[in-house]
Design a protein around this ligand. Structure first.
Ligand SMILES: [Zn+2]
Length: 489
């Protein structure tokens, strides 16, 4: 069999004013052998696709893969070019027996492209006709009816932080091959309850998610059910698709698929209050963190680099300085990195760090201190971490020790703290500090939980604020809990 692979990965935070453009995708766009080379040894869904297709002796057509880090709405022109490129590469690939597709699920563009994944998947379906298409998505997916209609089966990762991407890729490829062999005839149905699970409540091993996933696991054991997925949703995309959804794949029984998706949706609606989120304010969080036995990790939810935020919020750093306790914060600040490089290690400097991208994430910090060390910012990760990547690049970076106990890691590229490599590659470790700040919500947990005594999710303001009430949504579906109350049932 000849199986194509197509993937487009972006988490579109429509509350960020900087648009996402084609050149940002182009930096990370791979076709043909380059796609295989990039992912055959990583830990994501593409790795899983490649492994199963090879193990079972099928031919791989690596058609297209592109991604860019989370950022603002994808421009109209970029959406058109991306679709054109995907369709062009698909046409060049020749005849296919089946297709594996991996949209993120929260790709959102301007105007009619708000459901970009629904649009490109529909266009791909039109182009390939009736061959089986199996789709994987990130659970931060705002699923749409168009996405469901375009594919025979959709499977979301089951863990947040995302540690099972490779496994889900293997599952999707296996399902596609079973379909082609005539063993199963997958059909799917989805449910779109009027609820968005708060980003703060999306840690899958903890309650309230644990019980929801337990129900999904039980349903998975029922006869005829091939797969089911909980798509937690991405609340920073202002589009009608935004929200939590469920998709169930059965062997030829669409009614059963719909009933099982509806059962999961009904559970969420009934228990919605548990998923609304808990909010610890910054001052209270810092006071808790300095009292506990360290190191304590403060998760800066409002400046979640993995949700597209600026990664230069100074709000927690400013509060930590007042306590003069050994603490660590990473800030995106290329200008300060350059100043450190010019001065060199050991030099004493005054810097204005962070708080430069927008006015939502605090003022620049006025600091005096010493350049401890300089780094090229490259590191590798050998463990499975959120996102399944093995190579990271923070750009030129500097470690700067301020006079008041705060140590800053200044980077030239926005970096998502999914790996301790961010610190260890620069000679730092959480154990040196009373408090470490990680700019994320759930994604950093796999790396930081084993080395910190406590993790506190902090309700900081910003473009990824956990409290959805802080955003002015114009296009979301209504009603949507917790922004709207739902009628009593
Ligand atoms: Zn995700």
């Amino acid at each position: 069999m000849r199986i194509g692979i197509i993937s487009l990965i972006h988490e579109s935070n429509t509350f960020i004013c900087t648009p996402t453009t084609y050149d940002m995708f182009e930096e990370n766009m791979f076709m043909g052998d380059a796609l295989i080379e990039k992912y055959e040894n990583a830990f994501n869904e593409i790795t899983g696709f490649i492994a199963v297709l090879r193990e079972q002796g099928h031919e791989i057509a690596p058609i297209f893969w592109a991604a860019t880090g989370p950022s603002g709405t994808i421009t109209h022109e970029t959406c058109e070019r991306l679709i054109e490129t995907i369709l062009g590469e698909l046409a060049k690939a020749g005849s296919l027996d089946g297709l594996l597709v991996a949209p993120h699920g929260a790709n959102s563009g301007a105007d009619e492209y708000h459901d970009l994944d629904g649009v490109w998947l529909s266009r791909v379906r039109e182009a390939v006709g009736d061959i089986p298409i199996v789709c994987t998505v990130d659970p931060h997916c705002n699923l749409s009816p168009a996405m469901v209609a375009a594919c025979n089966a959709t499977i979301g990762y089951r863990s947040n932080p995302h540690l099972d991407q490779l496994q889900i890729g293997r599952e999707a490829a296996t399902l596609l091959l079973r379909t082609l062999a005539g063993d199963v005839q997958p059909v799917q149905a989805a449910a779109f309850p009027p609820v968005q699970i708060n980003i703060e409540r999306q840690h899958t091993p903890s309650e309230p998610c644990r019980s929801l996933y337990k129900l999904a696991d039980e349903i998975l054991e029922e006869p005829g059910v091939l797969s089911n997925s909980i798509l937690l949703g991405f609340p920073y995309t202002d589009a009608e698709e935004m929200g939590t959804s469920f998709v169930v794949v059965t062997d030829g029984d669409r009614k059963l698929a719909q009933a099982k998706a509806d059962q999961l949706a009904a559970y969420l609606v009934e228990h919605r209050a548990l998923f609304a989120g808990e909010f610890v304010e910054p001052k209270e969080a810092v006071e808790m963190a300095v009292r506990e036995k360290g190191p304590v990790c403060l998760l800066d939810m409002g400046d979640n680099a993995g949700g597209g935020s600026a990664a230069d919020s100074t709000i927690l750093a400013a509060l930590l300085r007042k306590h003069k306790t050994p603490s660590f914060v990473c800030l995106y600040d290329p200008e300060s990195v350059r100043a450190c490089i010019e001065a060199g290690p050991g030099a004493t400097l005054n810097l204005r760090c962070g708080g430069k991208t927008d006015d939502l994430h605090g003022e620049p910090l006025e600091v005096t201190g010493t350049v401890r060390s300089l780094h090229d910012g490259y590191y590798t990760e050998s463990e499975i971490r959120h996102g399944g990547r093995t190579e990271e690049n923070m750009g030129d970076s500097a470690v700067f020790d301020c006079n008041d106990g705060l140590t800053l890691l200044l980077t030239s590229l926005r970096s998502i703290p999914v790996s301790l490599g961010m610190m260890t590659s620069c000679g730092l470790h959480p154990s040196e500090f009373q408090v470490v700040v990680a700019k994320g919500v759930i994604a950093p947990m796999a790396a930081y939980e084993p080395v910190c005594t406590k993790l506190i999710r902090v309700n900081t303001p910003g473009t990824t604020c956990a409290d959805m009430r802080k955003f002015d949504y114009k296009h979301r579906r209504r009603p949507l809990y917790p922004l709207d109350e739902l009628p009593a049932t």
